[in-house]
Design a binder for this molecule. Structure first.
Ligand code: ADP
Ligand code: MG
Length: 606
C-alpha cells in the first residue's frame, strides 16, 4: 500500500498560518509596529499607500537585527522573546509567537533593511512568497525598515475580500491608535498616500489622547487611579455630558497592550448608569497593570482578547474606581452621610387614601381633522371610534385563494367603499395593522419610513437637488480623525441629500442644514448617529457609496419614527410605502410587512 500522507511545504504551511494572523493591511501594521515597540524604538513611522493595498512601510530606530537574525526572523516560530514554555506566562512584550513575519512574508513581497546601532553596516533582505530573493550588506540608518508590498498577491481570494480603501484605512487607524495610546513615550507618525494622518510627539497619556482625538478632549477627561493587590488601574474617563452616540473612544490596555473586554466594558457602562442619555457612550482610556502570570493572552491569535484570573473581582474594582472618579469631579451628586435620620420621602399612614388624579380628555379631539375642505391635500379622516375599526377588521371576512407570502402583498384597497380610513390601528407605537383581502396586514412603521425616506433620498440625489432646511444654529463638530475622514468622504453625497457641511480643516466641520421634513432636534447627534451607522454598514457588493450613505441616513432618521401616529398619518405612510419601488424590504433587507391570513387567524381562534 502506498503512503498518502505528506508534510506540507513550509511556504504552504506559512500561507495557512498567515490566514489567522493577517486578515487585512491593518493586521500587518499592527504586527510590524508592535515589533518596532518591542525593539525599543523611540520613534516609529508608518507609511502606507492606498490604505495598505499597494504598500506598507514601518521604520523604527530600535535595536535592529544582525544579518543572521534578519534571515531567521522570517522563519516560523522564530522569536527572540520566548526561550522556554514558562516564559509564556511572563510576557510583557507585544509579540511572542514568532509567526508574524513568517506570515507576512508568505503572502507579500517584503524588503527588510536593518542595522544594529553599534554596527557600521546593515543588512538588506528581499523575500517574496516565503522565497528569499537576495540578502546583501547595505548602508542604512540604525534600526529596522520593513517595506511590505502587494499584500495577498499570491492569495487572490483574500485580495478580493479587501474592503474599500476607506474601510481598510479605518482599520489601520484603529490599530495604530491602539499602539500609540499604549506608548505615549514613543514618537509616532502615520501617513497614507503622502497625507499625514497623525504626527504624535512623545508625551504623557493625556497629551497623547489629545493629539489623537482633538483638543476638546482636554475638558472631557477625568483622571482615574486605583491600586489594589490584584490590579492597578489608571487612565482617564470622559464626562457624561460629553458622551457621544458614536463609539470609537473606548479603550482598555493591559500591561501596555490594547485589549477588548466586553465584560469590563459593561462594568464601565454600569458605573455611568443614569448619568448618560440613551444610546450614548462615554470615552474611556483605562490602563490595567497586573502580574502577567494572572492573565492568559494566549487565547486568541491576534491577542486582543484577554482572560483574567479574577474577572469578577476586577469588575468590582473597576466599577468602584469609576464611580469614585466621577464622584471626585462632582459628576455624581454625593451622598452626605452626616444627615443621619433625616428623611425626605413623605411617610404615609396606613389608612391614607390616595385619589386618582382626574384628567379631562376630549375623546373626540383629533388635531388632524379639518372640518372645512381639505386644503392640506391630505385625505380626510372619518373620525370613527376604535371599536368600529375592530369590527371592520373582523367583518372583512371574505376569504380569497391567494397564497401567503410577500409576493402576494398588495396595497390596501384604496378608494374601496368598504374600507374606512379608520381601518388603521396602531400597536405599541410601532406597528400598523390594517385589513387586506386575505387577512390582516402588519406594517412595521419604522421600517416603512426607512424605506420611504431612502427612496426619497435616492430621488433627490438623482435629480441633483437635496431639499434642506437651513438651521438657525449650525452645529460645529470637532471630530476625531476617523470620523472626520468619514464625513469628508460622504460630504458630497450628504449635500445632495440636504445635509450641507462645511469643512474647516483640522478635524472640524460645520453642519448647516438637515434634510427637509426631518425633525432635527440636535444636528450634532444626528450626524454622530449617522456616522456610527455608516461606519457599521458594510457596503453591499455592487452598491454605490451613495446608496450606502442614503441607507445609513434613512436608518438613522427612522429611529425617531417609533411614535404615536394618527389615522391620517398612518394612511399617508401606507400610501407612500406602496408608492415605493420596493415596499417589502428595507434597504438592508429587513422585511417591512407581513400578512396574517384569515385562515391562520381562524385556526388560531379555534
Ligand atoms: P514575535 O514578535 O512574535 O517574536 P515576529 O515574527 O513578529 O515574532 O518577529 C520575529 C523576531 O524578529 C522577533 O522576535 C525579533 O527578534 C525580530 N524582529 C522583528 N521585528 C523587529 C524589529 N523591528 N526590530 C528588531 N527586531 C525585530
Ligand atoms: Mg511580532
Amino acid at each position: 500500500m502506498t503512503d498518502i500522507i505528506q508534510l506540507l511545504p513550509d511556504s504552504v504551511a506559512n500561507q495557512i498560518a498567515a490566514g489567522e494572523v493577517i486578515q487585512r493591511p491593518a493586521s500587518v501594521i499592527k504586527e510590524l509596529t508592535e515589533n518596532a515597540v518591542d525593539a525599543g524604538a523611540g520613534e516609529i513611522d508608518v507609511i502606507v499607500k492606498d490604505a495598505g493595498r499597494t504598500s506598507i512601510q514601518v521604520i523604527d530606530n530600535g535595536m535592529g537585527m544582525s544579518d543572521t537574525d534578519a534571515r531567521l526572523c522570517f522563519e516560523r516560530h522564530a522569536t527572540s522573546k520566548i526561550k522556554k514554555s514558562d516564559d509564556l506566562f511572563e510576557i510583557r512584550t507585544m509579540g511572542f509567537r514568532g509567526e508574524a513575519l513568517a506570515s507576512i512574508a508568505a503572502i507579500a513581497q517584503v524588503i527588510l533593511k536593518s542595522r544594529k546601532p553599534d554596527e557600521e553596516i546593515g543588512t538588506e533582505i528581499s523575500i517574496s512568497g516565503s522565497e528569499i530573493e537576495y540578502q546583501s550588506p547595505v548602508s542604512c540608518a540604525a534600526g529596522t525598515n520593513i517595506l511590505v508590498r502587494n499584500l495577498f498577491f499570491n492569495v487572490p481570494a483574500r485580495r478580493k475580500f479587501l474592503k474599500s480603501n476607506q474601510t481598510e484605512l479605518k482599520h489601520i487607524i484603529n490599530e495604530f491608535q491602539h499602539i500609540a495610546l499604549a506608548h505615549p513615550e514613543i514618537t509616532f507618525s502615520l501617513s497614507n498616500n503622502d497625507t499625514v494622518i497623525f504626527q504624535l510627539p512623545e508625551g504623557n497619556i493625556k497629551q497623547r489622547i489629545m493629539h489623537l482625538f482633538g483638543k476638546q478632549m482636554q475638558s472631557n477627561l477625568t483622571p482615574l487611579h486605583s491600586k489594589t493587590s490584584l490590579i492597578t488601574i489608571t487612565g482617564f474617563i470622559g464626562k457624561p455630558e460629553h458622551a457621544k452616540k458614536t463609539t470609537g473612544e473606548q479603550f482598555f490596555f493591559i500591561n501596555g497592550r490594547f485589549m477588548r473586554h466586553p465584560y469590563f466594558h459593561r462594568a464601565v457602562m454600569r458605573s455611568y448608569e443614569k448619568l448618560l442619555p440613551q444610546d450614548t457612550y462615554p470615552s474611556y482610556f483605562l490602563y490595567f497593570d497586573s502580574d502577567p502570570g494572572s492573565i492568559d493572552v494566549n487565547i486568541h491569535p491576534t491577542k486582543t482578547e484577554i482572560k483574567f484570573e479574577n474577572e469578577q473581582a476586577i469588575f468590582q474594582i473597576l466599577q468602584a474606581a469609576i464611580r469614585e472618579a466621577l464622584g471626585k469631579s462632582n459628576l455624581i451628586p454625593s451622598i452626605d452621610f452626616n444627615n443621619e435620620g433625616i428623611i425626605d420621602i413623605p411617610v404615609l399612614k396606613r389608612d391614607t387614601r390616595i385619589n386618582v388624579p382626574q384628567i379631562e380628555v376630549d375623546r373626540e379631539y383629533n388635531p388632524f381633522r379639518h372640518d372645512s375642505t381639505d386644503e392640506t391635500g391630505l385625505r380626510l379622516y372619518k373620525n370613527k371610534p376604535l371599536p368600529d375599526a375592530w369590527e371592520a377588521l373582523y367583518n372583512n371576512s371574505e376569504s380569497e385563494e391567494i397564497p401567503a407570502g410577500i409576493a402576494t402583498i398588495f396595497p390596501p384597497e384604496d378608494g374601496d367603499e368598504t374600507q374606512s380610513r379608520s381601518d388603521y390601528i396602531q400597536l405599541k407605537n410601532r406597528y400598523i395593522l390594517t385589513t387586506v383581502k386575505s387577512g390582516i396586514m402588519v406594517i412595521d412603521q419604522k421600517l416603512a419610513y426607512e424605506r420611504i425616506f431612502y427612496e426619497q433620498l435616492i430621488r433627490s440625489v438623482a435629480h441633483n437637488q437635496g431639499l434642506s432646511q437651513m438651521q438657525l444654529y449650525p452645529a460645529r463638530m470637532d471630530l476625531d480623525t476617523e470620523h472626520y475622514l468619514l464625513i469628508i468622504e460622504i460630504k458630497d453625497d450628504l449635500a445632495l441629500m440636504g445635509i450641507d457641511i462645511s469643512d474647516l480643516g483640522k478635524n472640524t466641520v460645520v453642519v448647516n442644514s438637515c434634510p427637509a421634513g426631518v425633525e432635527c432636534q440636535d444636528l450634532k447627534e444626528l450626524i454622530e448617529a449617522l456616522l456610527e451607522e455608516y461606519k457599521n454598514t458594510e457596503q453591499k457588493v455592487g452598491a454605490s457609496a451613495t446608496k450606502t450613505v442614503a441607507a445609513s441616513l434613512a436608518k438613522t432618521v427612522s429611529t425617531s419614527f417609533e411614535k404615536k401616529l394618527f389615522a391620517e398619518e398612518m394612511q399617508q405612510l401606507v400610501d407612500e410605502l406602496f408608492a415605493c419601488e420596493n415596499p417589502n424590504y428595507t434597504p438592508a433587507g429587513k422585511r417591512i410587512l407581513s400578512i396574517l391570513r384569515t385562515e391562520e387567524l381562524e385556526k388560531y381562534l379555534k
